[in-house]
Structures are given as structure tokens and as C-alpha cells.
Ligand binder design. Structure first.
Ligand code: HEM
Length: 509
């Protein structure tokens, strides 16, 4: 029977029962009508409960705004501003209507476990990160089915294993020494600019390979610049819009494919093998034995550079700004460097970097306050429920976009004490605020099923650069403490960050 048929039968039978009760008191028409109304209301409620799908029973609260475009205007004014205003009113789970899409936010460790752990069939990345396809190119990451993507992420995992990282660190150290040897004995620099450059040089060496770093660096950097400038906020909605920035992006992607095809061929012809990510991708094989194509190798390298370039250079800049603003932490990292130099001399390698716990916590805290990826998204394909900290249950229907925000969740006061203050010791043994409230409390690197595969690489790279700077230079921040550039796709540091430096006479000791 159809739901409508069920509904009619239910109404008829209820009216019949009322009629049966009434037979002995036919004069009391008012009572009759009154009871009829109550019964109608009761039946209507019962039916609506029966007919309403489970997922619509406990929908999250919705952000109020003008019809149709209200939510969009609030969102475009800045998602973090919106979260700051709505979280205190609506709590940790709420929905914003963006014209024809609904985005449901899950904020905080209590409600975000499903976001991070759900299998791809339930919560997927492909639709929401589709705008990357023209940049990364065909046949890789968000242009392929999940089964192939998983295999390609396996190639990433293998290229970033500890035995590989050890070799990359040696190259990072050489790059840092080389880059900063060009500084004079004293002077003033924009540390943001300097760190961007040293990071792109180390990333080129470790990821793209010796050929690019030694011979083609300027050409390849210019092409990456065009790719980068071709990823605008408008590209998220219309990645193929025929605008000059997208045309330059497409030309650059084609040219990069040619450059890498030629490098790959010459490595294969000379039977040469190098210790870099390029070599790992060339040697990677799918489960069925198929080797990667030149186009796939190029696409995966572009994806790696996009994932790691801005994120790491922004984090290096925030780390420096905080250290130079907080004398107590600057002294603590210098003390750590002194102790390590007493133990190992001036040598720096993978294992020595791994001993730099104080510096690690200082980087991690800068990244807690300023995660460059401020919002993570998924597309939901099945209904699911969440329970908030205060016991409210919500059902999130399939079809919603589901979002969480590292920039907001990393500063929740019930998870992190004095959340806006820079306090690297919150991660030290005994406090461990990133774990105390459960998994997914600290989400600068995401977590769970799609947690960042480059996290160890990023820490090693930032530590290698900052340990070199700390050991060799006295530094002083001479511009005001930097502000956040909320307009960038990867949220970073606004304006220049001017630093006065003086080369140390006898390194740190
Ligand atoms: C400070 C530096 C970095 C930050 C803050 C960062 C942050 C993140 C975040 C938040 C995600 C999760 C995205 C999501 O859940 O939607 C992610 C994923 C990823 N990151 Fe990073 N990342 C950094 C550096 C790197 C580097 C250096 C690489 C590679 C060399 C890298 C490779 C990846 C890859 C391959 C994924 C996708 C993992 C998956 O979907 O299974 N990242 N990163």
C-alpha cells in the first residue's frame, strides 16, 4: 500500500472508533467536534512521524539568513567569522544553506570522528576536491576512482617512508646551508620571502629531483607559479571557466608534462636511479603489475608540491614569528640546539632532527594556531548521526556537504587551555592537550582515513631550516607581529615579516 493509502485508512479507522465511542451521547455535538479535532491532530502527528524519513527527525539547526542567498553571503564573508558567530548560538553541529547545497559543520572531537573515519562510500572527497583536477592533470588523485586513488596514495606512503626521509634530510640540510650562506654577516630580510624560497628549493631537490633543481629550477618554478595562480576562489566553483589565469594554468600543466616526460625518459635510458620522490613514482606499480605512466608521475609530483609547498612555508614563517616574539621559547629552542651540538657536534641528520622535541612543539603550536588548510570537506552519501558533548543527537542526511574546520576546532577552549595563547608546552608529557579530549582534537594535518601523508616530511623540512637559522644567526623581529591573510586559498601570513639578523661568531655555544 502507498503511504497515502495507509494515511487514508488510518484516518478512516480512527474516525470510526470515535463514532463508536459517541453512539450513546449523540446530543453533545460540541464534545463530538472537539474530540474529532483532537483525534485528527493526533492521527496527523502519528502519520507524519511514520512518513518522515528517520534522517529528517533530528536535523541540525540551520543558520538564519535571507532566503536563498543569506547563507551564501554569510559564508562568503568568511567561514571562520561565520563559525565564530554561530558556534556559541547553535553548538557544534549546524547547517548553512548555500543556494542549492547544504553544508553541515561538525566542530570538535566529540562530533567529528565520523568525518575522519568514514569509508569513501559514505563520505567522499572526490566531488568536493574536483576543482584540483585541471591543476594535477588527468589520471591522478581526484580524477580517478577511489580504488586507483588508494593505490596512488600508497605510492606517496612508500615515497615518504623513514628510509627515504633519511636521504631527503641530507639534501634539506645542504639546501639550507647553501641558501643561508648567501646572507651577509648582518642585515634585514623579509623572513617570509626567504622561507618560501628555501622551502621550494628543498622541495624541488627532494621531490622533483636533481635535474629540475640543478638545471631547470627557474623554468619549472615559473610554471608552478602559473599553476598556482590558476587556482582562484572562483576555480573552486568553475574550474574550467575560460579566463586568462586558467589558460595560463593549462599551458603550464602541458609544459610541465613535457619537461617531466623528458627527464623520466633520460633516467630510464641511462638506467639511473636517484633518491627522490620522482624516482619512487617512476618505480611504483599498481596491484595488477602496471607501471605508472609519465603523465601520472607528473600529476602525482604536482599534487605533492601543492600539498606541501605553501603549507610548509607558511608554518615555517609562523614558527619564526612566534619564536622571535616569545623570548622564553626562543631560549628553550636555543638551549636544545646547544645540547644537541654538545652531543653530536655540528652535524644534522634525520635522527638528530628527531631529537629536537622542543622545536617540534614550537612548530606544532604555531600550526595549531594557524593551520593553512582552514576547512576540510566531504560529500555525504548516506545518512549518519552524531551526538554532541551535551548529549544532543542529530541526523545528517545524505546529500549534505560535511565540513570541519582546523582553524576553529584547534582553538576550542574545552580542548585547549587559553586557546589563543602560544604555549608549546601544552603538548609536553603530562599535559598533552592534543590527546586529552580524544582523537581528532588537533587537526592541522587532518586525521583518520585521509590524514596527511607528508606530516613527517613537513616537520623534518621545517626543523632542518630552523635549526640551521638558530645555530647560525641572532634574529630579531622588527616588523609588527604578522596578521593572517584570510583571502588566500591556503591561508597564510599577510604582508612582509621583517627580521634583523647577525651571523653568530661561533655558532650557538
Ligand atoms: C605543514 C605542512 C602540511 C599541512 C598543514 C598539511 C595538511 C594536510 C591536511 C589537513 C590534510 C587532510 C585533508 C583532508 O582531510 O581533506 C592533508 C592531506 C594530505 N597531505 Fe598534507 N599537509 C602538509 C604537508 C604535506 C606534505 C609536505 C606532503 C607531501 C610531500 C603532503 C601530502 C599530503 C597528501 C598526499 C594528503 C592526502 C592524504 C589522503 O587523502 O589520504 N602534505 N594534508
Amino acid at each position: 500500500m502507498s503511504p497515502n493509502g495507509q494515511l487514508t485508512t488510518l484516518i478512516k479507522s480512527s474516525y470510526k472508533s470515535i463514532g463508536f465511542i459517541m453512539t450513546g451521547d449523540t446530543d453533545n455535538k460540541l464534545l463530538n467536534v472537539g474530540l474529532l479535532i483532537i483525534a485528527t491532530l493526533l492521527v496527523a502527528k502519528l502519520i507524519s512521524a511514520l512518513l518522515t524519513p528517520r534522517s529528517q527527525k533530528r536535523l541540525p539547526p540551520v543558520i538564519k539568513g535571507w532566503p536563498l542567498i543569506g547563507g551564501l553571503i554569510r559564508f562568503l564573508k568568511g567561514p571562520i567569522v561565520m563559525l565564530r558567530e554561530e558556534y556559541p548560538k547553535l553548538g557544534s553541529v549546524f547547517t548553512v544553506n548555500l543556494v542549492n547545497r547544504k553544508i553541515t559543520f561538525l566542530i570538535g572531537p566529540e562530533v567529528s570522528a565520523h568525518f575522519f573515519k568514514a569509508p569513501e562510500v559514505d563520505l567522499s572527497q572526490q566531488e568536493v576536491y574536483q576543482f584540483n583536477v585541471p591543476t594535477f592533470g588527468p589520471g591522478v588523485v581526484f580524477d580517478v576512482d577511489y580504488s586507483i586513488r588508494q593505490e596512488q596514495f600508497r605510492f606517496f606512503t612508500e615515497a615518504l617512508r623513514v628510509n627515504k626521509l633519511k636521504g631527503y634530510v641530507d639534501q634539506m640540510v645542504v639546501e639550507a646551508e647553501d641558501y643561508f650562506s648567501k646572507w651577509g654577516d648582518s642585515g634585514v630580510v623579509d623572513i617570509k620571502y626567504e622561507l618560501e624560497h628555501v622551502i621550494i628549493l628543498t622541495a624541488s631537490r627532494c621531490l622533483l629531483g636533481r635535474e629540475v633543481r640543478d638545471k631547470l629550477f627557474d623554468d619549472v618554478s615559473a610554471l608552478f607559479h602559473d599553476l598556482d595562480n590558476g587556482m582562484l576562489p572562483i576555480s573552486v566553483l568553475f574550474p574550467y571557466l575560460p579566463i586568462p589565469a586558467h589558460r595560463r594554468r593549462d599551458r603550464a600543466r602541458k609544459k610541465l608534462a613535457e619537461i617531466f616526460a623528458s627527464i623520466i625518459n633520460s633516467r630510464k635510458c641511462a638506467s639511473k636511479s636517484e633518491n627522490d620522490m620522482l624516482q619512487c613514482f617512476i618505480d611504483s606499480k599498481y596491484k595488477d603489475g602496471r607501471p605508472t605512466t609519465e603523465s601520472e608521475v607528473t600529476g602525482l609530483l604536482i599534487a605533492a608540491l601543492f600539498a606541501g609547498q605553501h603549507t610548509s612555508s607558511i608554518t615555517s614563517t609562523w614558527t619564526g614569528a612566534y619564536l622571535l616574539q616569545h623570548n622564553e621559547y626562543l631560549s628553550a629552542v636555543l638551549e636544545e640546539q646547544k645540547n644537541l651540538m654538545k652531543k653530536h657536534g655540528n652535524k644534522v641528520d634525520h635522527d638528530i632532527l628527531s631529537e629536537m622535541d622542543v622545536l617540534y612543539r614550537c612548530i606544532k603550536e604555531a600550526l595549531r594556531l594557524h593551520p593553512p588548510l582552514i576547512m576540510l570537506l566531504r560529500s555525504s552519501h548516506s545518512d549518519f548521526s552524531v551526538t554532541t558533548r551535551d548529549g544532543k543527537e542529530y541526523d545528517i542526511p545524505k546529500g549534505h556537504i560535511v565540513a570541519t574546520s582546523p582553524a576553529f576546532a584547534n582553538r576550542l577552549p574545552h580542548v585547549f587551555k587559553d586557546p589563543d595563547s602560544y604555549d608549546p608546552e601544552r603538548f609536553a608529557f603530562g599535559r598533552e592537550e592534543d590527546k586529552a579530549a580524544g582523537a581528532f582534537s588537533y587537526i592541522s594535518f587532518g586525521g583518520g582515513r585521509h590524514g596527511c601523508l607528508g606530516e613527517p616530511f613537513a616537520y623534518l623540512q621545517i626543523k632542518a631550516i630552523w635549526s640551521h637559522l638558530l645555530r647560525n644567526f641572532e634574529l630579531e623581529l622588527i616588523s609588527p607581529f604578522p596578521e593572517i591573510d584570510w583571502n588566500a586559498m591556503v591561508v597564510g601570513v599577510k604582508d612582509k615579516v621583517m627580521v634583523r639578523y647577525k651571523r653568530r661568531e661561533l655558532s650557538v655555544n
